[in-house]
Design a protein around this ligand. Structure first.
Ligand SMILES: CSCC[C@H](NC=O)C(=O)O
Ligand SMILES: [Zn+2]
Ligand SMILES: [Zn+2]
Length: 425
C-alpha cells in the first residue's frame, strides 16, 4: 500500500541520516537503529564486537530445517567520507527531491541493500512465508577501510562456523542500463608506493639521476601501461574487472617554504602512490616483474612498498587457484538468483568481476560461494562520488527483487554439490 511504501522510504532515509562516515563512524547509533528494526520484525539479534567499538549486528530468521546450510545476507554499515561543500544537499540529510531521488552518502554503497534485505523480510513475514533454510543478516563495520576488524574477523570466528553458511550475498554496483549487474569475483588491491632518491642540486642545473627525473621516468612507464589496459576496455575487448587498473593516488616531493615550496632546489627524495587492482586471473608475477624492472628499478635508485601485498597471496585459494564463485550448473545459487530476479520482473546482465574490493572476498576465501549484487538499474554509478543518490522507485523495485531471491533461496531444500562435498570432509 501507499502507506507501506512511504514507511519503507522513511526507514531507509532514517538509516541514511546516521553519520557512519569513516574515519569515525557513529556505529552506536547505527546499531541501535538496526536492533530496533530487528525487534519490529521479531528477528533474533546479537551484537558482536570482535574489536571494541566496532559492532557487527547479526540477525537471524530461523528456518524450519536447521540441518540445511544457511543463507547470509551481508552489508556494511560504514560509508566513505564526503566533501560536503561539493554536494547539492548535505550527504546525511537523505534529501528526497521532487523527482524522487534520495541523495545521501551510502544511498548506493550500501545502506540501500541492508535496508532492502530488511524490507523484503518484512513483506515475506507479513505474507506468512516460512523459510526452510535459516536466513542470517550481517551488518558489518569497516568495509571501506579493508574489513579487517569487521567481515574478516567475522568470517574467521566460531560464531560464523556455527552458522553453517551455504551462500553469501554481498554488494554489487549500480547499473545505468535496465539490467542489474552481478559479480562472481573481484580484483585484488595492490597499493604501491614507489620512492626515488637522487642528489639535490640547483634548480637551474640540468643533470641526470635527480630524484624527480627518476620518478618521472617511472610515472611515464606507469602511464603507458595504464593506457594499454584502458584501451582494451575502450575497444570493448575486455571488461573493467578483467584488466589491471592503475591510478596515481598521491605525489610527494619538494621542500616546503612559508609561501609554498622552494623553487630553486631539486629535491633529493620523491614519492608516488598508486592504487592498482589486479584481476583474479591475471599474471601476478609479470606485474611484479614490471614493478621491479620498470617502475621502481634499483638501477634508477628506486625502492617500492606494496602495502596490501599480502592480499595478493590470499586472493589465491590454498590450491593456488583464483578465488571465483562458479556461475555454471555446479552452483545452483546462480541460476536461482537469475530466476528469482526474472520472476520479479528484473533483468540480470552477464556475471562480472567486481572492479574494486568488497567483504565478499573473506567469505570466498573460506570456499563459500558469494555473489555481489545490489539491485539498482537505470542508475548512474555514484559510489564514492559527490551527490550519490538512488531513486526511490529503484529502491522499492530492489525490495521486490530481494523478496523474490530470499523466498527462492530460503526454500531451496536440495543440498548443493558443494554442501555435499563439505559434509563428506
Ligand atoms: C582494499 S580495502 C578497501 C576496500 C574498498 N572497498 C570499496 O570501495 C576498495 O577500495 O575497494
Ligand atoms: Zn561498499
Ligand atoms: Zn565503498
Amino acid at each position: 500500500s501507499t502507506e507501506d511504501t512511504a514507511a519503507a522510504i522513511s526507514r531507509f532515509r532514517e538509516f541514511l541520516q546516521i553519520n557512519t562516515s569513516q574515519p569515525s563512524p557513529d556505529y552506536a547509533k547505527a546499531t541501535n537503529f538496526l536492533l530496533s528494526q530487528a525487534k519490529s520484525l521479531s528477528l533474533e539479534s546479537q551484537t558482536l564486537e570482535f574489536v571494541k567499538s566496532k559492532p557487527l549486528v547479526l540477525l537471524k530468521w530461523p528456518g524450519s530445517n536447521p540441518q540445511l546450510p544457511s543463507i547470509l545476507l551481508n552489508s556494511h554499515t560504514d560509508v566513505v567520507p564526503s566533501e560536503t561543500n561539493k554536494w547539492s544537499y548535505h550527504p546525511f540529510s537523505a534529501h528526497l527531491d521532487s523527482h524522487g531521488k534520495i541523495f545521501a552518502r551510502g544511498s548506493q554503497d550500501m545502506k540501500c541493500v541492508g535496508m532492502q534485505y530488511l524490507e523484503a523480510i518484512r513483506r515475506l513475514k507479513a505474507s506468512g512465508f516460512q523459510p526452510v533454510r535459516t536466513v542470517y543478516l550481517s551488518f558489518v563495520p569497516d568495509e571501506e577501510i579493508g574489513g579487517h576488524d569487521g567481515a574478516k574477523k567475522f568470517a574467521e570466528s566460531d560464531v560464523f562456523k556455527n552458522m553453517n553458511v551455504g551462500i553469501v550475498l554481498d554488494e554489487g554496483l549500480a547499473s545505468p542500463t535496465e539490467s542489474y549487474r552481478a559479480f562472481y569475483a573481484e580484483r585484488c588491491p595492490w597499493w604501491l608506493v614507489i620512492k626515488a632518491r637522487g642528489a639535490p642540486g640547483h634548480g637551474a642545473k640540468l643533470y641526470d639521476n635527480s630524484a624527480m627525473e627518476n620518478l618521472f621516468k617511472s610515472i611515464e612507464s606507469v602511464r603507458r601501461f595504464r593506457a594499454s589496459q584502458f584501451d582494451l576496455v575502450k575497444a570493448g575487448l575486455k571488461a573493467e574487472g578483467e584488466v589491471v587498473s592503475v591510478n596515481m593516488a598521491f605525489l610527494k616531493a619538494g621542500t616546503p617554504s612559508p609561501n609554498g615550496f622552494v623553487m630553486n632546489l631539486q629535491p633529493s627524495e620523491a614519492e608516488a602512490g598508486f592504487d592498482i587492482r589486479v584481476p583474479p586471473t591475471a599474471e601476478a608475477e609479470s606485474l611484479e616483474r614490471r614493478i621491479t624492472e620498470e617502475w621502481a628499478p634499483a638501477s634508477r635508485n628506486m625502492t617500492f612498498e606494496l602495502g596490501q601485498f599480502k592480499h595478493r597471496v590470499s586472493m589465491l585459494s590454498k590450491f593456488g587457484k583464483p578465488i571465483l564463485t562458479a556461475t555454471d550448473s555446479s552452483n545452483p545459487w546462480w541460476s536461482l538468483l537469475e530466476e528469482a530476479v526474472r520472476k520479479a520482473n528484473g533483468k540480470l546482465g552477464k556475471p562480472e568481476i567486481f572492479p574494486a574490493s568488497t567483504d565478499a572476498r573473506y567469505f570466498r576465501e573460506l570456499g563459500l560461494p558469494a555473489i555481489g549484487f545490489s539491485p539498482m538499474a537505470n542508475t548512474p554509478l555514484l559510489l564514492h562520488d559527490h551527490n550519490e543518490f538512488l531513486h526511490q522507485d529503484e529502491y522499492l523495485k530492489g525490495i521486490d527483487i530481494y523478496e523474490s531471491i530470499i523466498k527462492s533461496y530460503a526454500s531451496y531444500v536440495q543440498h548443493t554439490r558443494d554442501e555435499v562435498l563439505r559434509d563428506e570432509l
